[in-house]
Ligand binder design. Structure first.
Ligand SMILES: [Zn+2]
Length: 53
């Protein structure tokens, strides 16, 4: 069974600079799933994802 780690993630929109702090889960390949879909500015693909310690 793959281990799923809970993590806190900061997501910054590269278009408008809005920031969101979310709880995410680390997937088996190191990708982070947050369920975040889109920013207020309608951007849904251009984000910077920063994992919080
Ligand atoms: Zn935005």
């Amino acid at each position: 069974m793959p281990k799923r780690e809970r993590t806190k993630v900061l997501i910054r929109c590269k278009l408008c600079g809005e920031r969101y702090t979310l709880r995410g889960r680390r997937g088996p390949q190191g990708n982070i799933e947050t369920g975040f879909k889109r920013c207020l500015c309608d951007n849904d693909r251009d984000f910077e994802v920063i994992e919080q310690p």
